[in-house]
Design a protein around this ligand. Structure first.
Ligand code: SF4
Length: 208
């Protein structure tokens, strides 16, 4: 969704801490998460307090009007949790990871298989990282991957999901405003305006 001109870099973990976050997560845990995030191909992550996650109704409006995935996927509205449920869910967590991956696809509008490949990669990375975090003791870990599930060429919705272990509601489907959330932690999202620009995709993992 956003682009920047610089080369791909994994952020120094010393800068992922927000002011109050260190109280809730020790340095060695942060280092462990940093290694895992890199292992799963994420280029950057931010540790957020869930109070910093912005939800907004306009996100759902864009799902409902103007997106071909509306009412066609288990991971999108109206199958995804509604606005109020997400607001309530966020109060059950204190910390979350906002994970960014940076991609380029100069054939974005013509090569749907390449687009799908990128989507699947990030979807699986989010769900696998969630699983690893669970095994490390973050038993509440729950991932909200980017965009929509593309594991099947065509989603089985409303019939039974073909890979229910990997079924999650997407970040956008949960009405999370990534632009405003990034702003809250001092980062700016910029749009990829040209086809040759890299674009950023964001996933969220609710952590503790
Ligand atoms: S795994 Fe397949 S059926 Fe299940 S949500 Fe994803 S695309 Fe739909």
């Amino acid at each position: 969704m956003a682009a920047k001109e610089s080369s791909i870099q994994v952020q120094d973990i010393s800068s992922v801490r927000n002011k109050q976050a260190p109280i809730l997560l020790p340095q060695d845990s942060l280092e462990e998460i940093d290694l895992l995030a890199k292992e799963f191909g994420f280029h950057e992550f931010h540790l957020l307090q869930t109070s910093e996650i912005v939800t907004a109704r306009w996100v759902g409006l864009k799902c409902r009007y103007g997106c071909a995935n509306y009412n066609t996927s288990w991971c999108c509205p109206p199958a995804a949790p509604d606005f109020q449920s997400v607001r309530e869910l966020l109060t059950e967590y204190e910390l979350a990871l906002l994970l960014m991956s940076e991609n380029r696809n100069q054939h974005f509008y013509r090569n749907s298989s390449e687009k799908r490949r990128v989507q699947i990669k990030q979807w699986k990375a989010t769900v696998s990282l969630e699983r690893k975090l669970f095994l490390l003791g973050y038993y509440k870990a729950f991932g909200l991957p980017a965009e929509t599930c593309a594991l099947c060429k065509e989603c089985a919705y409303p019939k039974q999901c073909k890979f229910p272990n990997e079924k999650r509601p997407s970040l956008e489907a949960c009405s999370i405003d990534v632009f405003e959330t990034l702003k809250k932690i001092g980062h700016t999202a910029r749009l990829a305006r040209k086809i040759e620009d890299c674009f950023h995709s964001y996933s969220l993992i609710l952590l503790i």
